[in-house]
Design a protein. Sequence first.
Length: 174
Amino acid sequence: MTSIEDIKRQSLWDWALHHYQKQGVSSLLLEGQDKFDLQINIILWCCWCADYFHELSDLELRRAIDGSSSWSKDVTQPLRNVRRALKNPHYNDDSERAKRIRQSVKDIELEAECVELELYERITGDETSNNGDKLALARRNLSAYIGYSGAARREGFSVSLLEEIATKIYADET
Protein backbone atom coordinates (compact mmCIF):
# COMPACT_ATOMS: atom_id res chain seq x y z
CA MET A 1 0.00 0.00 0.00
CA THR A 2 1.26 3.45 -0.90
CA SER A 3 1.66 5.99 1.87
CA ILE A 4 0.67 9.63 1.54
CA GLU A 5 4.37 10.53 1.55
CA ASP A 6 4.95 8.24 -1.45
CA ILE A 7 1.98 9.76 -3.25
CA LYS A 8 3.29 13.29 -2.72
CA ARG A 9 6.67 12.25 -4.17
CA GLN A 10 5.17 10.92 -7.42
CA SER A 11 5.23 13.77 -9.87
CA LEU A 12 2.58 14.31 -12.49
CA TRP A 13 5.32 13.89 -15.11
CA ASP A 14 6.26 10.41 -13.85
CA TRP A 15 2.62 9.40 -13.51
CA ALA A 16 1.82 10.70 -17.01
CA LEU A 17 4.77 8.88 -18.61
CA HIS A 18 3.75 5.61 -17.00
CA HIS A 19 0.09 5.84 -17.98
CA TYR A 20 0.71 7.27 -21.46
CA GLN A 21 2.68 4.13 -22.28
CA LYS A 22 -0.14 1.75 -21.32
CA GLN A 23 -1.52 -0.21 -24.23
CA GLY A 24 -3.90 1.88 -26.32
CA VAL A 25 -3.71 5.02 -24.19
CA SER A 26 -1.36 7.09 -26.36
CA SER A 27 -3.29 6.41 -29.58
CA LEU A 28 -6.57 7.43 -27.94
CA LEU A 29 -5.01 10.57 -26.47
CA LEU A 30 -3.55 11.53 -29.84
CA GLU A 31 -6.94 10.94 -31.47
CA GLY A 32 -8.53 13.33 -28.98
CA GLN A 33 -5.81 15.89 -29.61
CA ASP A 34 -5.80 15.68 -33.40
CA LYS A 35 -9.53 15.34 -34.04
CA PHE A 36 -11.07 17.37 -31.21
CA ASP A 37 -8.32 19.75 -30.01
CA LEU A 38 -8.25 18.14 -26.57
CA GLN A 39 -5.14 18.77 -24.50
CA ILE A 40 -3.44 15.47 -23.70
CA ASN A 41 -1.77 16.94 -20.65
CA ILE A 42 -5.06 18.15 -19.20
CA ILE A 43 -6.64 14.73 -19.73
CA LEU A 44 -3.72 13.10 -17.93
CA TRP A 45 -3.84 15.73 -15.20
CA CYS A 46 -7.58 15.11 -14.69
CA CYS A 47 -6.86 11.42 -14.16
CA TRP A 48 -3.81 12.08 -11.95
CA CYS A 49 -5.95 14.29 -9.72
CA ALA A 50 -8.53 11.53 -9.53
CA ASP A 51 -5.80 9.07 -8.65
CA TYR A 52 -4.24 11.06 -5.83
CA PHE A 53 -6.11 14.19 -4.97
CA HIS A 54 -9.68 15.28 -5.51
CA GLU A 55 -12.41 16.28 -7.90
CA LEU A 56 -11.25 19.34 -9.76
CA SER A 57 -12.94 22.62 -9.01
CA ASP A 58 -14.16 24.94 -11.73
CA LEU A 59 -11.39 27.37 -10.85
CA GLU A 60 -8.68 24.69 -11.15
CA LEU A 61 -9.98 23.57 -14.54
CA ARG A 62 -10.26 27.10 -15.87
CA ARG A 63 -6.74 27.95 -14.68
CA ALA A 64 -5.41 24.79 -16.36
CA ILE A 65 -7.23 25.46 -19.62
CA ASP A 66 -6.12 29.10 -19.69
CA GLY A 67 -2.53 28.13 -18.91
CA SER A 68 -2.43 25.31 -21.43
CA SER A 69 -4.00 27.41 -24.15
CA SER A 70 -1.26 30.01 -23.95
CA TRP A 71 1.61 27.59 -23.41
CA SER A 72 0.39 25.14 -26.02
CA LYS A 73 -0.30 27.81 -28.65
CA ASP A 74 2.95 29.69 -28.10
CA VAL A 75 5.38 26.87 -27.26
CA THR A 76 4.32 23.25 -27.54
CA GLN A 77 2.23 23.39 -30.72
CA PRO A 78 4.91 25.16 -32.79
CA LEU A 79 7.47 22.58 -31.65
CA ARG A 80 5.04 19.75 -32.51
CA ASN A 81 4.45 21.30 -35.93
CA VAL A 82 8.19 21.44 -36.63
CA ARG A 83 8.69 17.85 -35.46
CA ARG A 84 5.84 16.62 -37.64
CA ALA A 85 7.08 18.63 -40.61
CA LEU A 86 10.46 16.97 -40.26
CA LYS A 87 8.71 13.62 -40.85
CA ASN A 88 7.61 14.87 -44.26
CA PRO A 89 9.68 13.20 -47.00
CA HIS A 90 10.18 16.63 -48.57
CA TYR A 91 12.20 17.74 -45.51
CA ASN A 92 13.44 14.42 -44.20
CA ASP A 93 16.35 13.34 -46.35
CA ASP A 94 17.32 10.53 -43.94
CA SER A 95 20.66 12.17 -43.30
CA GLU A 96 22.13 11.90 -39.84
CA ARG A 97 21.90 15.67 -39.47
CA ALA A 98 18.15 15.67 -40.28
CA LYS A 99 17.62 12.82 -37.79
CA ARG A 100 19.52 14.74 -35.10
CA ILE A 101 17.47 17.87 -35.73
CA ARG A 102 14.20 15.95 -35.46
CA GLN A 103 15.38 14.25 -32.26
CA SER A 104 16.46 17.59 -30.80
CA VAL A 105 13.08 19.14 -31.56
CA LYS A 106 11.34 16.09 -30.06
CA ASP A 107 13.44 16.41 -26.90
CA ILE A 108 12.62 20.11 -26.58
CA GLU A 109 8.93 19.37 -27.19
CA LEU A 110 9.01 16.83 -24.34
CA GLU A 111 10.66 19.41 -22.08
CA ALA A 112 7.87 21.84 -22.96
CA GLU A 113 5.31 19.15 -22.06
CA CYS A 114 7.08 18.65 -18.74
CA VAL A 115 6.90 22.37 -17.96
CA GLU A 116 3.18 22.32 -18.74
CA LEU A 117 2.62 19.38 -16.41
CA GLU A 118 4.52 21.20 -13.66
CA LEU A 119 2.11 24.11 -14.12
CA TYR A 120 -0.84 21.76 -13.51
CA GLU A 121 0.90 20.23 -10.53
CA ARG A 122 1.20 23.70 -8.96
CA ILE A 123 -2.50 24.35 -9.61
CA THR A 124 -3.41 21.17 -7.77
CA GLY A 125 -1.49 21.91 -4.58
CA ASP A 126 -0.43 19.41 -1.93
CA GLU A 127 -3.66 18.20 -0.40
CA THR A 128 -4.19 14.47 -0.83
CA SER A 129 -7.61 13.08 -0.17
CA ASN A 130 -8.75 10.42 -2.63
CA ASN A 131 -9.48 7.06 -1.11
CA GLY A 132 -12.53 6.39 -3.25
CA ASP A 133 -13.35 5.15 -6.73
CA LYS A 134 -10.57 6.60 -8.88
CA LEU A 135 -12.21 5.69 -12.18
CA ALA A 136 -15.49 7.38 -11.22
CA LEU A 137 -13.64 10.49 -10.11
CA ALA A 138 -11.59 10.52 -13.31
CA ARG A 139 -14.81 10.33 -15.31
CA ARG A 140 -16.19 13.36 -13.46
CA ASN A 141 -12.97 15.34 -13.95
CA LEU A 142 -12.88 14.46 -17.65
CA SER A 143 -16.54 15.29 -18.09
CA ALA A 144 -15.97 18.71 -16.53
CA TYR A 145 -12.99 19.28 -18.83
CA ILE A 146 -15.05 18.34 -21.89
CA GLY A 147 -17.67 20.87 -20.80
CA TYR A 148 -15.09 23.64 -20.77
CA SER A 149 -13.13 22.52 -23.83
CA GLY A 150 -15.96 22.71 -26.33
CA ALA A 151 -15.00 19.29 -27.73
CA ALA A 152 -18.53 17.97 -27.32
CA ARG A 153 -19.70 20.43 -29.99
CA ARG A 154 -17.20 19.18 -32.56
CA GLU A 155 -18.38 16.87 -35.29
CA GLY A 156 -17.76 13.22 -34.52
CA PHE A 157 -16.99 13.70 -30.84
CA SER A 158 -18.25 11.03 -28.48
CA VAL A 159 -17.76 10.86 -24.75
CA SER A 160 -16.91 7.19 -25.33
CA LEU A 161 -13.41 8.34 -26.34
CA LEU A 162 -12.75 9.67 -22.84
CA GLU A 163 -14.47 6.68 -21.28
CA GLU A 164 -12.10 4.43 -23.18
CA ILE A 165 -9.07 6.49 -22.15
CA ALA A 166 -10.05 6.41 -18.47
CA THR A 167 -10.82 2.69 -18.62
CA LYS A 168 -7.43 1.92 -20.17
CA ILE A 169 -5.59 4.13 -17.68
CA TYR A 170 -7.24 2.35 -14.74
CA ALA A 171 -7.44 -1.11 -16.34
CA ASP A 172 -4.98 -2.71 -13.94
CA GLU A 173 -6.35 -0.89 -10.90
CA THR A 174 -10.06 -1.74 -11.00
